[in-house]
Design a binder for this molecule. Structure first.
Ligand code: PBG
Ligand code: ZN
Length: 328
């Protein structure tokens, strides 16, 4: 094998044209899914303080925003709903006239080619802010799964293109798949939040989604940050139950999990660059401590390099504009 000085890896780095030709990982707009928060009312567009450039929006404003997103070339959104009324069993989640259902119908009517993914969980809809039904202080698994099934069906009936369960209850993918098929919705894919960690990086999201739990935390269903083999078991179970796309969340701090998942299962793989990852980059950028745009692109490239085929990111619009500007 040739060694230095015959072999020089820098040879391919001197010229930007060559660098572009040999780049292994490139981002395109098709990689991005943009998260949106919908609230009741009219003419409301309220910025989330810890997530500059991201808003809680009423249905009419969401529709306007979706037109912009579509015209930027971003193919898909994921919707989170904040209902006007919350109760013990999160009934707003599966109300046929609930906030998500209204938003999905309105967007489908006005921006029909934008792919709509809906987040399926109860925490935005329960008065206690937990992801499921409570028995005392415990989140009851099987009772919760029944409600997640109702929520999923109701989203699809409103027109959702893909269902994304984010709750981490055992057995929900199988139950949702069976119920969707039973209703004739066999063409609707499930994007499973398969390996979702109990993470401090969700802080800003909980302000945006108004879903902070009233007591306790989510450690009895979301995963322990120290575990990666367990993540493989979670993912395997969801694939067996019928998940079409698997997701790892958060993304940046869990690149090893994304990598392992892609290597092991070869499934279409999504990664969620969550609110805290976004907020940290924004904040440091605003302070002039880092070059925000550069780190935006570097962080997204790293997530894709690890094995993600698609990235849920609050940077989707900025990154799409960057790609347009640099013609990449
Ligand atoms: C709801 C849900 C959460 C996120 C997506 N869906 C928060 C949570 O588990 O508390 C987090 C997204 C983000 O931080 O950007 N189960
Ligand atoms: Zn939840």
């Amino acid at each position: 094998m040739a060694l230095y000085p015959t072999k020089r890896l820098r040879r391919l780095r001197y010229n930007p044209i060559i660098r572009n030709m040999i780049r292994e990982t490139t981002l395109t707009k098709d990689d991005f899914i943009y998260p949106l928060f919908v609230i009741p009312g009219k003419n409301i567009k309220r910025e989330v303080k810890s997530m500059p450039g991201n808003y809680q929006m009423s249905v009419d404003e969401i529709v306007k925003e979706c037109k912009k997103i579509y015209s930027l070339g971003i193919p898909a959104i994921i919707l989170f709903g904040i209902p006007d009324h919350k109760d013990e069993v999160g009934s707003g989640a599966y109300d046929s006239n609930g906030i998500i259902q209204q938003a999905v119908k309105a967007i489908k009517k006005e921006v029909k080619d934008l792919l709509i993914i809906t987040d399926v969980c109860l925490c935005e809809y329960t008065s206690h802010g937990h992801c499921g039904v409570l028995g005392g202080e415990e989140i009851l698994n099987d009772e919760t799964v029944e409600l997640l099934v109702k929520e999923s069906i109701s989203h699809v009936e409103a027109g959702a293109d893909i269902i994304a369960p984010s709750d981490m209850m055992d057995g929900r993918i199988g139950a949702i798949r069976k119920a969707l098929d039973g209703k004739g919705f066999y063409k609707i894919p499930i994007l499973s939040y398969a390996a979702k960690y109990a993470s401090g990086y969700y802080g800003p999201f909980r302000e945006a989604a108004e879903s902070t739990p009233a007591f306790g935390d989510r450690r009895s269903h979301q995963m322990d940050p120290g575990n990666s083999m367990e993540a493989m078991r979670e993912i395997e179970e969801d694939i067996e139950e019928g998940a079409d796309i698997i997701m790892v969340k958060p993304a940046g701090p869990y690149l090893d999990v994304i990598y392992q998942a892609k290597q092991k299962f070869g499934m279409p793989t999504a990664a969620y660059q969550v609110s805290g990852e976004f907020a940290m980059i924004k904040a440091a950028g605003k302070n002039g401590w880092i070059d925000e745009e550069r780190i935006m692109m570097e962080s997204l490239t790293a997530i894709k390099r690890a094995g993600a085929d698609m990235i849920l990111t609050y940077f989707a619009k900025d990154a799409a504009k960057y790609l347009d500007r640099t013609n990449k």
